[in-house]
Design a binder for this molecule. Structure first.
Ligand SMILES: [Zn+2]
Ligand SMILES: [Zn+2]
Length: 642
């Protein structure tokens, strides 16, 4: 028998016989690990523990302690769901049922399912878990599998595409039930601690709108009831804070059918927040000598061919035919900025050149993938492109990191940082990659930030640093990014004259401080639960006249004293109690209650959204405080101290 070399996560190498299974290798490492093995990750891919290894590979052993264990458990729960479904509805036809970040789903058809049906299926799942059936891997010939799925066109399609060249395929069985599956799975159904079916949605087969519509049942599974409880509580909180719900309640934005999918409309309240966000980054860019540029929403496809988008990105682009000439809505702002740079003659003394634009871009996502502001067709990037000498990458990236830090501090957001290095396929010389990576690494080291190295995860055109926001519910969202690019300068033949009088190619840095406004706005809405810091709040102050008689005084306050702020007067003839409640529901940071006493004394009673109150306050005192709070972008209203 020939030998293969298995590389373990600590870098050590183990020589084993070709054909050894993942589990065999684990036993080779140690008997304890062998018996704990649930699955393996072979060259990055989750694999059954019984899978034989025939080639040199990298192997991670998955045990109950591994992060991947939960995925294995959840995929097993998807099987349990499918078995339960078919016990109750034998006519149900199964398509695919993968694990997800939050649980699993199974796409099914041939059965009319409603939300009410889930409870019975869930009980059946619990019975299957209770019975603790062993889950076993069985190999069958592809021919046999095709016969088994005689009447299931979806499984047949899998057998005829993904498994086309294979003689045998694997099934996983539990009790009298089986499913075509590569695995891996836990050893028996009893290992699943807790399951819950969450909801039903429609989904296209393979996510393609031209295909059949299937019924997708979402569920989740955990090792214990306690873990499930925690998840459900968090999910309930997330539902309350859902930016689509708050967006409607606070009248921030809408995405109506009539205007098209994934094309958000910002209402005055939403745009008030966006304008503050724009002014904030514009000021940060101004302070770092950025030049502001503006580019249109569409270009000739000639440009997209030059930039490479046409070759690599055309499926995600909106193309238009104009007088027999093809144009494309811009999916990115960089080609426009590179072209502006290219109109000039540059010497080393002029560099770096820094362009900024709040640029709208358009990307054609599958309609089924669109969701609120998190996945859209049209969005705006707080984009910036720097054209720099290779030797000044470090300096420039440092400045960008300072800007990003300022953004992170201002919004009090938690985040993760990842440093993504050269992938297998890449453009640019070894020398320039080494130089660029070491400069980025130096910046990160000097910053003192914790960061993960994602080896080989860089863009093909250069290494990058990506930030992911962690929102109040612990979910991660793409945020700021700093990307080096050696490709676009080449494609656009960008150059500057060096000190040596020779032509040199600048490095391009793509960077965004928020990422996209849409994503960032979504994160803010959910992070703050709609209770925006005063500087962002669409309505910063609401004046509540105690009776209609005090409306005149309210108007005076608004116009004479608070003209620079976003102030509204509640002039509906309601009780003060109802006025206060409504202002709370609308999450207004400050309420000024004004009755006859206040009017006579020329004062206000200040309430904040924490229900704290300060009476008989001089208007000037309140105004001065408000100016400071807004200027310093403080997170919470803090006029009234406890
Ligand atoms: Zn499976
Ligand atoms: Zn760019």
């Amino acid at each position: 028998m020939s030998q293969i070399v298995v590389t373990l996560p600590d870098g050590s190498e183990l020589e084993v016989e070709a054909g050894s299974s993942v589990e065999d290798v684990a036993y080779e490492i140690g008997p304890g690990l062998g018996s704990d093995t649930i699955a393996g990750i072979v060259d990055g891919e989750l694999t059954a523990k019984s899978e034989p290894l025939f080639e040199d590979c990298e192997l991670i052993i998955v045990t109950e302690q591994s992060e991947e264990y939960l995925r294995v458990l959840r995929h097993s729960a998807a099987h349990v769901f499918a078995q339960a479904l078919q016990r109750l509805h034998p006519e149900a036809k199964l398509a695919i049922g993968p694990p997800t970040d939050e649980g699993f789903y199974y796409d099914v058809t041939g059965v009319d399912l409603e939300a009410d049906d889930l409870e019975a299926i869930e009980s059946e799942m619990e019975a299957i878990i209770e019975a603790d059936y062993p889950i076993e891997r069985v190999e069958r010939s592809r021919e046999e599998a095709l016969e088994i799925y005689d009447e299931n066109e979806y499984k047949r399609e899998i057998l005829e595409t993904e498994a086309a060249g294979e003689e045998t395929v694997t099934f996983y069985t539990q009790d009298d039930w089986q499913d075509l599956c590569r695995g891996p799975h836990v050893d028996s159904t009893g290992e699943i601690g807790a399951v819950k079916l969450l909801n039903i949605a429609a989904a296209y087969w393979r996510g393609d709108e031209d295909n059949d519509t299937l019924t997708r049942v979402y569920g989740t599974a955990f090792e214990s009831e306690a873990d499930l409880e925690r998840f459900l509580e968090q999910r309930e909180e997330a539902r309350k804070r859902d930016h689509r719900k708050l967006g409607r309640e606070l009248d921030l934005f809408s995405i109506p059918d009539v205007t098209g999918p994934g094309l958000p409309l910002y209402h005055p309240n939403g745009k008030a927040i966006l304008r503050e966000l724009e002014m904030f980054v514009d000021a940060l860019n101004d302070a770092q000598d950025y030049d502001f540029v503006e580019t249109p929403h569409l270009f000739r496809t000639e440009l997209w061919k030059q930039s490479g988008h046409y070759d690599n990105y055309v499926d995600d682009m909106f193309l238009l035919d104009v007088n027999d000439e093809e144009y494309g809505l811009k999916p990115m702002n960089c080609p426009g900025h590179a072209t502006i740079f290219n109109q000039g003659n540059w010497s080393y003394r002029d560099l770096p050149v820094r362009y900024a634009e709040n640029g709208k871009v358009y990307r054609k996502e599958q309609r089924g993938e669109l969701s609120g502001l998190s996945r859209v067709w049209a969005f705006t990037i707080d984009d910036g492109h720097l054209f720099v000498k290779p030797e000044s990458i470090e300096r420039e990236v440092n400045v960008v990191m300072d800007q990003i830090n300022e953004v992170l501090d201002t919004f009090d957001l938690d985040y993760d940082v990842a440093f993504a290095t050269r992938p297998e396929k890449s453009v640019g010389s070894d020398e320039i990659w080494e130089q660029a990576e070491s400069q980025l690494r130096d910046v990160l080291e000097a910053s003192g930030m914790d960061y993960d190295v994602e080896a080989g995860d860089g863009a093909f055109y250069g290494p990058k640093i990506d930030f992911a926001f962690r929102d109040a519910l612990g979910r991660n969202w793409d945020g700021p990014t700093v990307q080096l690019d050696f490709n676009m300068p080449e494609r656009f033949d960008l150059s500057y004259t060096g000190e040596d009088n020779e032509e040199h190619q600048p490095v391009m840095i793509h960077r965004a401080l928020y990422g996209s406004y849409e994503r960032f706005f979504m994160v803010l809405i959910e992070h703050f639960d709609g209770k925006f810091p005063t500087w962002l709040a669409p309505e910063q102050v609401r004046i509540l006249p105690v009776s209609d008689d005090n409306i005149g005084y309210a108007k005076q306050l608004k116009n004479r004293y608070l003209g620079e702020f976003r102030v509204e007067i509640e002039d509906r003839s309601w009780t003060v109690g109802k006025k206060i409640q409504t202002a709370h529901d609308d999450r207004v940071p400050y309420m000024l209650v004004v009755g006859d006493n206040e009017e006579e004394a020329g004062t206000v009673s200040v309430r904040d959204r924490f229900e704290r109150e300060a009476k008989d306050i001089d208007v000037g005192t309140f105004k001065t405080h408000l100016e400071g709070e807004v200027e310093e972008k403080r997170i919470e209203p803090d006029f009234v101290d406890e």
